[in-house]
Design a protein around this ligand. Structure first.
Ligand code: HAM
Length: 428
């Protein structure tokens, strides 16, 4: 694919998109709702760099994963160091947690982040090479109460947004003690049927057989249906963690379905794994709107003290596709439009606009000095609720014409009570 259009003009990079109004308003509104729910659950915001040294991702996400093997944007900087555009947020968050010795300052840390991630995947609706994630991580809680709290928060968030057709898929993939037991059972099951595996899974069968369970190809799916389940091999501790999690979710009345194929595509997970699938809106096959799980070994693996952790990330672009276009609700871009004719009226309009903006209103005018008719048209196009009209008569009598654009009712209002009347009209 060419980097230029037919006229030779340079285009945006494939599968990386500009964000323009009004869509940018939806993204911001979603972010505001997320910030609000994170505040209510006690999370602090972090921002880590968009690039990290490449080995961070290889070491945390795993050398043999699709992300590290095929999807990373990796390049040498001018000092010859290999850098990578972050494909996800957990690795950077953990690096930061270790680098700033956060565990010494507080026993439990709740962080959230939002920003662009980069993966060179096959482009399609809901799957982009630059996409946005909002993610959250809890450090320092070993028990399932943290997993349940996180899921509750995620569920609350989507419910408050009005997202419909949501399903929570849940699994446990065990730990270093029980995973080898499951791995052996799985390999024993797959070996006599090896020729039925797809090309990718033939390789996975040797490198990481668990990932065969996750393959979407029909032949592999048929095989994985009957395959030994991770839940059947859990050790005592993992089993207890799982039972505790299910108990808490039942207590919260949070519906979930056990999905034994849910092993996730990143190597750092242990015990709990989950995904939220949404069947509504414009989402096609890319209908996983959020995913996450526990990663109790990662902090230590990256040089920190042994610290249990659990987290998730949601795909902002996918959530917006799943929501109806009128959601999340956008703040108004124009509550009041000021229509002015003549220089004196223009100046009076500026003063009025400034004082209304101090009350939090969105106020616009047309600084080009066009006709009253065209200014009124502009007010209509912007969906303004009120127009304040200032012409020769209004200036002479020290009044303004207040016109409610919803029903075209208008009144003369003395200038000194204008602010009050506008605020009252907008409330009504
Ligand atoms: P992930 O499942 O790779 O997990 O990504 C989380 C979410 O990001 C997905 O469920 C999806 O909604 C969205 N997403 C992923 N790739 C794309 C893409 N190419 N285009 C659009 N959206 C996409 C993680 O990233 C983990 N760091 C989550 C986590 C946090 N686990 C523990 N803590």
């Amino acid at each position: 694919m060419s980097s230029k259009d037919k006229k030779g003009r340079i285009k945006a990079v494939k599968s990386m998109f500009d964000l323009l109004p009004p869509e940018s308003g939806r993204v911001q509104s979603l972010l505001n709702s997320a910030v609000d729910i994170f505040r209510r659950y006690g999370y602090g915001q972090i921002a880590t760099p968009i690039v990290e040294y490449t080995p961070l991702f290889a070491r945390s996400i795993g050398d043999a994963t699709d992300i590290v093997e095929k999807e990373m944007y990796t390049f040498d900087d001018r000092d010859g160091r290999s850098l990578t555009l972050r494909p996800e947020g957990t690795a950077g968050a953990v690096r930061s947690y270790v680098e700033h010795a956060v565990s010494k300052r507080e026993p439990i840390t709740r962080w959230f982040y939002a920003g662009p991630m980069f993966r060179h995947e096959r482009a399609q609706r809901g799957r982009y090479r630059q996409f946005r994630q909002i993610g959250a991580e809890i450090f320092g809680v070993p028990g399932p109460a943290a997993d349940a709290e996180l899921l509750m928060m995620l569920w609350d968030f989507f419910s408050e947004l009005g997202l419909e057709g949501l399903k929570l898929h849940l699994n446990s993939i065990g730990c270093g003690v029980c995973r080898p037991v499951h791995r052996k059972a799985l390999v024993d099951y797959l070996t006599p049927q090896k020729e039925k595996l797809c090309e990718d899974c033939e390789r996975r069968y040797t490198d990481n057989p668990l990932r065969v369970l996750d393959c979407k190809k029909e032949g592999c799916r048929a095989l994985s249906e009957e395959a030994p389940k991770t839940l059947d091999s859990l050790c005592g501790d993992c089993s207890e963690h799982w039972t505790g999690l299910v108990k808490d979710l039942d207590h919260y009345a949070l519906p979930h379905c056990v999905d034994h194929r849910l092993v996730r595509g990143l190597d750092y997970y242990n015990r709990t794994t989950f995904e939220l699938i949404c069947t509504g809106g414009l989402l096609g096959s890319q209908n996983t709107i959020a995913g996450g799980g526990r990663y109790d070994g990662l902090v230590e693996q990256l040089g920190g003290p042994s610290t249990p952790a659990v987290g998730f990330a949601m795909g902002v672009d996918r959530v917006l596709l799943a929501l109806p276009p009128e959601k999340p609700e956008l703040p108004s871009v124009c509550d009041v439009f000021i229509v002015a004719r003549g220089e004196e009226a223009r100046l009076a309009g500026l003063t009025i606009a400034q004082s209304l903006r101090k009350h939090g209103l969105a106020v616009q005018s047309d600084p080009r000095g066009t006709s009253v008719k065209s200014q009124m048209k502009r007010a209509d196009r912007l969906d303004a609720r009120i127009a304040i009209i200032l012409g020769d008569r209004e200036i002479e009598e020290n009044i303004a014409t207040l016109r409610r654009l919803t029903d075209s009712e208008q009144q003369d209002v003395p200038r000194d009570s204008l602010e009050e009347r506008v605020l009252a009209a907008l409330k009504g």
